[in-house]
Design a protein. Structure first.
Lengths: 115, 390
């Protein structure tokens, strides 16, 4: 069995304009996802918006450059994640398709196995 | 009167086989009634396992059973492995160019240099591409298997695209001394047949096989004895492979009856029009343009639009063909596509616009790597330059 990180990317601007009904529906879909896949779920959280992030980059000269915001400025930002355990990518993909991401999508990243 | 259980089963088997045959020629009746209850289906599947006749008569029955996998007869184990391999190579998680490269390397056994040549990239680029794909398969754990039934329809589309690309690469090699790479053609045909036996009910699978057969039927006539390219107009149709054509035509007929024809069904139908035409002059160009219109709708590709323009040039004359070609001149995907230039050149030549035709032929030559095709273009240029050219 292997672990996969599922990063949920969403366009925050579009989220801000979403109706309360949409937001409610997405929350409901997350609940359904968790219920449907509870046997393989190993973790997950919703994140605060990208504007609340702080990024650090180590300098050549020593010390750190500290910046406000996400590490990479993109149209879609990481809004949450899940970790699942699955036998193969197909199983992981099947689960990922149940994750609601109306204003973006999901990246499936295999977790490096520690041996 | 008690009947022997075996006899009773044989009777039922016969009845099912007859029903299936009737359905395949007349279409499934609107209300098949009790026949298609789950129990009936199950029995037909069991019977199909034992009876080759029933299996061949299965085209309309759902692929439920066929895709089950483990029930393959012993002799088909090797086939099974190649099927697993092709579905793995064509997994959607891999980039399309990686899918084709892997298929050529792992399924057709081509060396990396050969695969690189097929794609006109450097060997190191291709080696990196293949290595990256293999690493992706391992790290992400792309499973080595034929996908389960529910996923087959989606997964089949990309497999068909890869097999089709293998065939076209073999049929008209992008580079090299020979027009045809026979080994690629044979592999593609092999794979298409395997897919057909795996998914006998899928019209796109049937259509790809038909397309390959109908196109390959012309293999003996595409290059003259002296090694020169022969256009469709100049090929000796009596040398076309009639058994491949018959098989292909039968498959197309089946496929286009199944709901709205999609990409490969329409491509096969277009090829069927040519294959079925006794001569170049008898070719029904109007029908071809109509089919190209449908194909463009289902598969809006600039190459399809180009081929359509060529057909228009024959259906309505070279001026119309040139007009149809017009919008394609600004297509970014076609800027270095040799066939666009050669199509334009041919239309201009037929319109008697020789100096312009010559410019286009030179352009085509610049974008053509295959020796046989280059030689053809050079000959056209020489013919037009000779005194008295019309």
């Amino acid at each position: 069995m292997a672990q996969y990180l599922m990063l949920i990317y969403e366009d925050e601007a579009r989220w801000a304009q979403a109706t309360p009904e949409t937001a409610e529906q997405v929350m409901k879909q997350h609940d359904e996802f968790v219920a449907a896949h509870k046997l393989i779920l190993r973790g997950g959280h919703a994140l605060q918006p990208a504007s609340t992030a702080t990024s650090l980059r180590q300098q050549q000269s020593g010390g750190f450059a500290v910046t406000d915001g996400a590490f990479v400025e993109t149209k879609e930002a990481v809004g949450g994640y899940y970790v699942v355990e699955a036998a193969d990518l197909d199983e992981a993909m099947a689960a990922a398709k149940d994750i609601p991401a109306p204003f973006g999508g999901v990246e499936i990243r295999p977790v490096r196995e520690s041996s | 009167m008690t009947r022997d259980l075996n006899t009773a089963e044989d009777c039922v088997q016969d009845a099912y086989a007859k029903a299936l045959t009737a359905w395949s020629t007349q279409g499934i009746p609107g209300k098949p009634g009790a026949w298609l209850t789950t129990v009936a289906r199950r029995r037909a599947f069991d019977l199909a396992d034992r009876s080759d006749v029933a299996r061949r008569a299965l085209p309309l029955l759902v692929t439920d059973h066929v895709a089950a996998g483990p029930e393959w007869a012993e002799g088909e184990e090797i086939e099974d492995d190649r099927l697993r391999l092709i579905f793995t190579c064509c997994h959607p998680a891999l980039a399309p160019e990686a899918q084709v490269a892997l298929a050529l390397r792992l399924l057709c056994g081509l060396g990396t240099p050969e695969v690189a040549r097929a794609f006109l990239v450097s060997e190191s680029t291709m080696a990196a591409r293949i290595t990256r794909a293999k690493k992706k398969i391992a790290a992400a754990r792309i499973p080595y298997r034929v996908p389960p039934l529910a996923e087959l329809p989606d997964r089949t589309e990309s497999v068909l695209a890869v097999v089709h690309l293998l065939f076209t690469t073999g049929h008209a090699a992008p580079a090299g001394a020979d027009l045809v790479r026979r080994d690629l053609v044979e592999r593609a045909l092999d794979l298409a047949r395997m897919l057909r036996s795996l998914l006998p009910g899928d019209p796109e699978v049937a259509s790809l096989l038909a397309l390959i057969l109908l196109t390959d039927a012309r293999r003996r006539t595409r290059v003259s004895d002296e090694g020169h390219l022969l256009l469709l107009a100049d090929q000796d149709r009596s040398q076309w492979d009639r058994s491949e054509i018959e098989e292909g035509l039968h498959l197309v007929a089946q496929a286009i009856r199944k709901g709205r024809p999609r990409r490969f069904a329409l491509m096969a139908a277009i090829t069927a029009v040519h294959a079925d035409s006794p001569s170049w002059d008898a070719t029904d160009w109007e029908e071809l343009v109509g089919l190209y219109d449908l194909l463009l709708d289902a598969w809006p590709s600039p190459v399809v639009a180009l081929n359509r323009a060529v057909a228009v040039g024959f259906a309505a004359g070279p001026a119309a063909g040139l007009a149809a070609l017009g919008p394609l001149e600004s297509e970014p995907q076609l800027t270095t596509y040799g066939y666009l230039a050669s199509a334009r050149a041919d239309l201009l030549r037929r319109l008697g616009r020789i100096p312009e035709a010559l410019v286009s032929y030179e352009e085509a030559l610049a974008f053509t790597e295959n020796d046989v095709e280059r030689s053809f273009l050079a000959q056209r240029i020489a013919d037009l330059k000779s005194p008295g050219a019309s």
